[in-house]
Design a protein around this ligand. Structure first.
Ligand code: P6P
Length: 335
């Protein structure tokens, strides 16, 4: 009897799409094309040590950060896979200063935008630490066929879809379209993402806190108070929590999503508005976390309520188990 193949992500998207009002058939094709890009990136990441994609390009990106070759490859792969589908009106990438318009030679008038971090955590690539692609899809809201900046500057709660692909001990796709969070594990033997984690729910309270304590002397007093809370000894609330920090957002987020806990990247003296990006890091992860029963705030408001003003806007991020984020909010907003 041949081994029964599980539910592929393509099948899952088709079934899910029927349940989402106002989402056209194009949406499932859009997501399927993005997943093909993820498979291409998986192939490069999984043998990065063997082919000439390690190391640096000598270029710097929008953030002034050194562009790793695999970063560049991932960015180009997504753009080239998506720009001719006819589903997008424009794209935005961490690696590109302005919005990426759809060339006139490709079909115009796409109904969606795609914002992405092509390879988050890339500074860890040479050490074989897990990295990831994070993506966020919105509906086009402006008139005309061409996308514009305003199509991207939408609150996170208006996202049609949010997801990430983590290239780790196995490659996994985690995504939501607003009806639960679902995880798919890549099976290289058949080249498909197979449903492995249906309806992911994050524990209401965790045992892990994740932050870069090397920055503690640059934090404000409230942030220090938050981290001290999770380090304090209190048996009733299972404290102290364990400190776990990989320095790769997708990896830290994914572990905490499954095990419970809170990830913190606050503002500090170096990053007065926080380090992480709203449109293609905090907002998609916040949608996933909320859909899984967790929560996500900046230092003062719900991430999904923030109205963006800039494409590469940074925000402080406290994200994870509902009860743990509630503690963060209580301390951050106390007098
Ligand atoms: P730090 C990686 O460069 C990244 O953008 C995220 O993936 C990660 O969470 C964060 O920065 C790590 O920053 O300052 O702790 O090295």
């Amino acid at each position: 009897m041949p081994e029964r193949l599980g539910i592929t992500v393509t099948k899952h998207i088709m079934e899910t799409q029927r349940k989402i009002k106002g989402v056209s058939g194009n949406f499932s094709s859009l997501l399927s094309e993005l997943i093909v890009a993820g498979k291409v990136i998986h192939r490069a990441v999984s043998k990065a040590g063997l082919i000439d994609v390690l190391g640096k390009t000598g270029l710097t990106n929008t953030q002034g950060e050194e562009v790793q070759k695999l970063d560049d490859f991932a960015n180009t792969t997504i753009i080239q896979k998506m720009d001719h589908t006819g589903f997008l009106c424009a794209m935005a990438s961490e690696e590109v200063e302005d919005i990426i318009e759809i060339d006139a030679k490709h079909p115009q008038g796409g109904k969606y935008t795609l914002a992405f971090d092509p390879l988050d955590g890339s500074s860890n690539i040479d050490a074989n630490v897990s990295v990831g692609t994070i993506f966020s899809i919105h509906r086009k809201i402006t008139d005309g066929k061409k996308g514009s900046l305003n199509d991207f500057l939408q609150q996170g709660k208006r996202q049609v879809c949010a997801g990430y692909i983590i290239y780790g001990s196995s490659t996994m796709l985690v995504y939501t379209v607003g009806n639960g969070v679902h995880g798919f594990t890549f099976d290289p033997s058949v080249g498909e993402f197979i449903l492995s984690h249906p309806f992911i729910k994050t524990p209401s309270r965790g045992k892990i806190f994740s932050c870069n304590e090397g920055n503690a002397n640059k934090w404000n007093e409230k942030t220090r108070e938050v981290v001290d809370y999770f380090k304090a000894i209190d048996e009733d609330t299972g404290r102290p929590y364990s400190a776990r920090y990989i320095g790769s957002l997708v990896s830290d987020f994914h572990r905490n999503l499954l095990y419970g806990g809170v990830f913190i990247y606050p503002n500090d003296q170096n990053y007065p508005n926080g380090k992480l990006r709203l449109l293609y890091e905090a907002a998609p992860l916040a949608m996933i976390c909320k859909q899984a029963g967790g929560d996500a705030i900046s230092d003062s408001e719900e991430i999904l309520e923030i109205k963006p003003t800039e494409l590469h806007q940074r925000v402080p991020l406290f994200i994870g188990s509902k009860e743990d984020v509630k503690v963060c909010r209580r301390i951050l907003t106390s007098g």
